[in-house]
Design a protein around this ligand. Structure first.
Ligand code: DLL
Length: 431
C-alpha cells in the first residue's frame, strides 16, 4: 500500500518541476525573512532569481549545526512567533541545543511525511502502535505519534523508560507495532525474555530510527521480538522523523522528495557527488515555513539512488546511514566506524549484542577497547573457553578493522542498557 500514490509514484520529470518551484519559493522566503540567509546571499553576491534550475542549488552556501547554535534559540525562524505552534529541540551532546519551530502547516506536512513512512514500512489502520520514544523536546515520539494517528492506527503513547511496565502494556494491550530506537528495542526484547512473555506478544512490525544500527543488529532484534524490523530516518533540523523510511522491498529508505531535496557531497571538499557515490547527506527543505533549511549538512554518511523501486515508488532512496562523519574514530591513523565494530560483534557466537567502545591514549599511542558481554554466565568458571572466545573476537576485529583491538569480555547484564539513543563510544583522548 502507498499512502500518497500521487506524489510517491510521481513521474520524475514532474517531481523535479515541483521541486524547482518549491525550491524557488523557499529561497525567496529565506531571503526575505531570515537575516542570516540574506547575509549569506549578499556575501556571495547571489540573488534568489539566480536559482533557475535545480542544479543551481550548488551555488548556495551550506548551513551547518553551528549556524543554528549561533542563532539560538529563535534566530533561524522565518515567521513571527505568533505563527509558530510547536517547538522541539535536540539535546545535542555538547553545547547549546538546536531549536526547531513549526507552523500549523509544517505540522501537517510532518504528519503526512511520517504517515507515508509508516505505511511504506507496513503499518496499517488496524495496528496498535506502542511509542517507546520519550515524549519530550525530542521529535521522535510526537512525529511518529501524529503520523501513525493520521493513518488511523491506535496509539499507545507510553514514552520511554520503565521497561518492565512497557513489556506488560505491550502484552496486555496487544501492541502490533513497536516504535523505538534499535537499542531500546533490543533492551525491551531482553526484558520480555526475562519476564518469559515473548511468546505472548502480538508485535509484528518495528519502526526503528533515531540512531544508526547495523543490519546484523536489526536482524537480531527481529529474531528476538518476532517483528519485521524497518528503519526510518530524520533529524530535528529538517523536521524530525519522516524524512525517509524503508518500504517492504527493503531497498533503502525512500525520501519524501517533494518536501526534502537531497544531495550527497564529499564532506572534505563540499563538492556534489554523482548518484550512487557515498558521502555526506545534505538536505534543503522545500515546504517548511517556520524554519526552512537551505543545504543543511547532516553529517550523516550515505548514498542515493533514483532508480524506481519494485514497490512502485519513484522517490529517491538513501542507503542505511552507517554513521556520522563526526562519529568516525581515527585510531592510530586507521578510520573506524562504530558500526563496523557492531557488525563484527553480532557475527560472533557466544557474545551478546550489548557493547561499549572506549578510546584512550597511553604513551602517545591510541588504544581502542571493546567491552562486550558473553552470553553464557557459566563461562566465568571456564577460563580456557572464555579465553578462546576472547581470542576469536579479537581476531575477527583485527581482520575487519586492520587494527589491534583490546577486547574485554564481561559478564552478562553488566553493561549499560539504553532507553533512547545509545551512547556506546567514549573517547578519552582529549580529556
Ligand atoms: O533522531 C529524528 C528521528 C526520530 C528519526 C525518530 C527517526 C526516528 P535528532 O535527535 O535530531 O532527530 O537526531 C538526528 O540521528 O542526523 C542521524 O545521525 C541520527 N539518525 C536518525 N535516524 C537515523 C537512522 C532524530 N535511521 C540524527 N539511521 C541524524 C542512522 C539516524 N542514524
Amino acid at each position: 500500500m502507498i499512502w500518497n500514490p500521487l506524489v510517491e509514484t510521481m513521474d520524475r520529470a514532474a517531481l523535479r518541476k515541483l521541486q524547482l518551484e518549491r525550491l524557488r519559493q523557499t529561497i525567496a522566503h529565506c531571503y526575505g525573512s531570515v537575516p542570516f540567509y540574506r547575509k549569506q546571499f549578499e556575501e556571495r553576491g547571489i540573488k534568489p532569481e539566480d536559482i533557475r534550475q535545480l542544479s543551481d542549488l550548488r551555488l548556495l552556501p551550506f548551513t551547518v549545526k553551528n549556524d543554528l547554535r549561533d542563532h539560538y534559540p529563535y534566530g533561524m525562524l522565518a515567521v513571527p512567533m505568533r505563527d509558530i505552534v510547536r517547538l522541539h529541540a535536540s539535546s545535542g551532546t555538547t553545547g547549546k541545543s538546536i531549536v526547531a519551530g513549526y507552523t500549523a502547516g509544517d505540522l501537517d506536512v510532518w504528519s503526512e511525511c511520517v504517515a507515508r513512512v509508516a505505511v511504506a514500512a507496513g503499518a496499517r489502520e488496524e495496528d496498535i502502535a506502542q511509542i517507546s520514544f520519550g515524549y519530550s523536546l525530542f521529535t521522535g515520539a510526537f512525529g511518529l505519534h501524529y503520523g501513525l494517528e493520521k493513518i488511523g492506527a491506535a496509539i499507545i503513547p507510553i514514552s520511554g523508560g520503565n521497561t518492565e511496565r512497557q513489556v506488560t502494556i505491550m502484552r496486555d494491550f496487544g501492541a502490533t507495532v513497536l516504535v523505538a530506537t534499535p537499542s531500546y528495542a533490543m533492551y525491551l526484547a531482553e526484558v520480555a525474555e526475562k519476564m518469559g512473555v515473548t511468546g505472548e506478544l502480538k508485535l509484528r512490525l518495528g519502526l526503528f530510527g533515531a540512531e544508526a544500527s547495523t543490519v546484523e543488529m536489526r536482524r537480531e532484534i527481529s529474531r528476538r521480538l518476532n517483528v519485521t524490523a524497518t528503519e526510518n530516518y530524520g533529524l530535528t533540523e529538517i523536521i524530525g522523523p519522516g524524512v525517509s523510511g524503508e518500504c517492504e522491498a527493503f531497498t533503502g529508505q525512500h525520501i519524501n522528495e517533494d518536501h526534502f531535496l537531497p544531495e550527497i557531497i564529499d564532506p572534505n571538499t563540499g563538492e556534489t557527488l554523482p548518484e550512487g557515490e557515498t558521502g555526506e547527506l545534505v538536505i534543503t527543505t522545500l515546504t517548511k515555513r517556520g524554519q526552512p533549511m537551505l543545504r543543511y549538512r547532516t553529517r550523516d554518511i550515505t548514498r542515493l539512488t533514483y532508480e524506481k523501486c519494485p514497490c512502485g515508488r519513484t522517490t529517491a532512496r538513501m542507503a542505511q546511514v552507517t554513521g556520522r562523519s563526526d562519529d568516525m574514530l581515527i585510531v592510530r591513523g586507521v578510520n573506524v566506524f562504530p558500526s563496523q565494530i557492531e557488525s563484527v560483534l553480532l557475527e560472533v557466537k557466544g557474545i551478546g549484542p550489548h557493547y561499549e567502545i572506549e578510546v584512550t591514549r597511553e604513551n602517545y599511542l591510541d588504544r581502542l577497547t571493546v567491552l562486550v558481554e558473553f552470553i553464557d554466565a557459566g563461562l566465568v568458571d571456564r577460563w580456557s573457553e572464555l579465553e578462546a572466545l576472547q581470542r576469536r573476537v579479537h581476531e575477527k576485529l583485527r581482520s575487519v578493522l586492520s587494527l589491534d583491538v583490546n577486547v574485554k569480555l564481561v559478564s552478562p547484564n553488566t553493561l549499560k542498557r539504553f532507553e533512547g539513543k545509545a551512547k556506546r563510544v567514549t573517547d578519552l583522548r582529549d580529556v
